[in-house]
Design a binder for this molecule. Sequence first.
Ligand code: ZN
Length: 134
Amino acid sequence: MKFEFLYGFIPVPVFFTNLEFLYNPGTIGRSFGVFIVIKPKYEFDDVILQHELIHCKQFISSFGINGIRYLVNPNYRMLAELEAYQTLYDAPGIKEFKLKLITRLLFNNYNLEMDKTYIFEKVKDYYIMKMVTF
Ligand SMILES: [Zn+2]
């Protein structure tokens, strides 16, 4: 376990655990708003840590309202994930590959009930065109 600090002063505990019930199927990290769990294998993976910290910022900056929106609104859930996956998109690597990887992750892991082609268009809009159209 370690602490990260949002905005430099809000402590966020980060637990490294394999307890499967804490995770959504197929995922390696999860934010619970005020704390984070990450699988031990990814303890030193800064991309996943930064991804989950963005979810904590979303939670704290909305006073927890985002948690409800995230659960009930697939469009909001996609937007929250696009914001969090910015860390993956910005990491070194081929951008075209990242666009496809993020599309696949969104399609497989977030119960968006959206067509994969539609998600890919939104991913491109968000990262390339810097457009948010939902
Ligand atoms: Zn996420």
